[in-house]
Design a protein around this ligand. Structure first.
Ligand code: SF4
Ligand SMILES: [Zn+2]
Length: 146
């Protein structure tokens, strides 16, 4: 883990918080390997930082982070006093060069970047071409029945 806080966390220097991928294949394996370490997070004041750093849901994390036991990015066990506020990991943004990327720029009050602008232009051009083709087909259908 990175950040000066990580050195002051109760788990600093301890092992067994993220099992070796080869050693586990199921939620039960993860429980067996990591559950004993979960109480270490009890007094930890850095649970939110821990989750924001590891981003367990995004990276499909297996192991312990933020007072929770994760399997494939989902919480399978947790300390009794965890709070949802600790879970605010940064949301994944759609990648640039896509229509969703362009929308995300707009939503965040940013200038749409050149590759998103290009992608939007291409998609719009494809939509127009598709529409023109449909209209042409309609015309043909219409002339064939008159
Ligand atoms: S929440 Fe748990 S795993 Fe995360 S830094 Fe604190 S003690 Fe370590
Ligand atoms: Zn972009």
């Amino acid at each position: 883990m990175t950040g000066a806080w990580a050195l002051r966390a109760p788990c600093s220097g301890l092992d067994g918080f993220a099992p070796n991928q080869d050693a586990c294949s199921s939620a039960n394996d993860i429980k067996d390997l990591c559950r004993p370490q979960l109480p270490t997070c009890g007094p930890c004041p850095f649970r939110a930082e821990c989750i924001a750093t590891i981003k367990p849901a995004q990276v499909k994390f297996d192991g312990i982070a933020g007072g929770r036991l994760w399997c494939n990015g989902e919480v399978i066990d947790a300390l009794d006093d965890v709070s949802d506020e600790e879970l605010a990991e940064p949301k994944l943004r759609p990648s640039c060069g896509t229509e969703a990327g362009a929308k995300s720029h707009t939503r965040n009050d940013e200038r749409v970047c050149p590759s998103c602008r290009q992608a939007t232009r291409e998609i719009e051009a494809r939509r127009q071409a598709e529409k023109a083709k449909q209209q042409e087909q309609l015309q043909l259908d219409f002339t064939s029945i008159t």
